[in-house]
Write a protein that binds this ligand. Structure first.
Ligand code: KG4
Ligand code: ZN
Length: 344
């Protein structure tokens, strides 16, 4: 049994965790930065990088103390090497390299998206490859066939905004506060999802991809009409996102075939309405449904440590010159999706 230290710093969460190769979480520590970014209504990369510098080592020390072990008891050090805000990624990766060098332990450079993609197997070790994954986060919205560790086929991506980005921008438009996703979900709970007629971009299309930019603009126009309450706008927006995600995922279920389960991961997977609707789709499709617990959906160190454990088991370790990468697609063979602001 191996113990892996995981370090995450790709966006606005600094995190460190210790996870065993048989899936036990010995410790997980996290420092959010909401207070630093709230005045700006979004993540400021330079502020994020500075906060990661301040928090990375103290969080590693706190995780080791909680697990009651020392660095010498760790078998490998996994750190996010991208994709993400490059300053923050560099901080976490350099921290990992420094610790690996000082301790003589192997370094594992983890793709943040692989951390999300494999996190359902930390939550449920019986989840076998290949599974169909809806990966929905602040920067990405993709349907992936997870065929094995390091083996991903991208079936769909967004042609403009990511789902989490749409939640964050809608929260800003409706003045609901930061971070946006949970704020929209809270407002939606007391709103009427049928109150505001909003579009469902690409719904029913034979094109496999997602699109959310038009939906966000429609929310802006509806808001400016002055006819609707913020709660109803939030609930109607969330319902439109749910409908699009379910429609696109259903299409992928139909074309993928032969998967073991339908799985959702990434920060937006913390949304109860989205989880519930996807669970319903899985049931109608005769597939088991898996979603990590809420804390494992949003960015954390345990998913990076776990991806490190999965890679270590296959002998996949990295050299000290491995670079930090702002962009790093999980499926390098995937064709570019058409559209203006294509993400990964
Ligand atoms: O995976 P994550 O923590 O960071 C990235 O890798 O991007 O995802 C963050 C995203 C943000 O856009 C946030 O607003 C969204 O996940 N999010 C939610 C909820 N909780 C977080 N979106 C909708 N409903 C939620 N409850
Ligand atoms: Zn993430």
């Amino acid at each position: 049994m191996a113990v892996i230290l995981g370090i995450e710093s790709s966006c606005d969460e600094t995190a460190a965790a210790l996870v065993t190769s048989d899936g036990r979480i010995l410790a997980h520590k996290l420092a959010g930065q909401e207070a630093a970014h709230r005045p700006f209504g979004g993540v400021v990369p330079e502020l994020a990088a500075r906060a990661h510098v301040e928090m990375a080592i103290p969080l590693v020390e706190a995780a080791l103390a909680e697990a009651n072990i020392g660095l010498a008891d760790v078998d490998a050090i996994a750190a996010t090497a991208g994709p993400g805000l490059i300053g923050g990624v560099m901080v976490g990766l350099m921290t990992g390299k420094g610790l690996a060098h000082a301790s003589g332990k192997p370094l594992i450079a983890v793709n943040h998206l692989e951390g999300h993609a494999l996190s359902p197997r930390l939550a449920d070790p019986s989840l076998a490859f290949p599974y169909l994954l809806l990966l929905v986060s602040g920067g990405h919205c993709q349907l992936l066939l997870v065929q094995g560790v390091g083996d991903y086929r991208r079936l769909a991506t967004t042609i403009d905004d990511a789902a989490g980005e749409a939640f964050d921008k809608t929260a800003k438009l409706l003045n609901l506060g930061f971070p946006g996703g949970p704020a929209v979900e809270a407002a939606a709970r007391i709103g009427n999802p049928a109150a505001v007629p909003l579009p469902r971009p690409l719904m029913g299309s034979t094109d496999p991809h997602f699109s959310f930019a038009g939906l966000k603009s429609a929310v802006l126009r509806a808001r400016d009409s002055g006819r609707y309450r913020a709660e109803d706008l939030a609930a109607s927006f969330q319902q439109a996102v749910v409908d699009c995600l379910v429609d696109r995922t259903k299409r992928a279920v139909d074309v993928a075939g032969g998967v073991t389960a339908l799985v959702v991961a990434g920060g937006v997977a913390a949304n109860e309405a989205i989880r519930g609707a996807l669970a319903g789709l899985a049931e109608r499709s005769g597939l088991p449904f898996a979603a990590p617990p809420l804390w494992l959906c949003t960015d954390n160190g345990a998913m990076i440590a776990w991806a490190g454990a999965e890679r270590l088991a296959l002998g996949l370790v990295d050299d000290m010159d491995v670079p930090a990468r702002a962009r790093w697609p999980l499926d390098p063979r995937a064709e570019k999706a058409r559209g203006a602001g294509v993400k990964g």
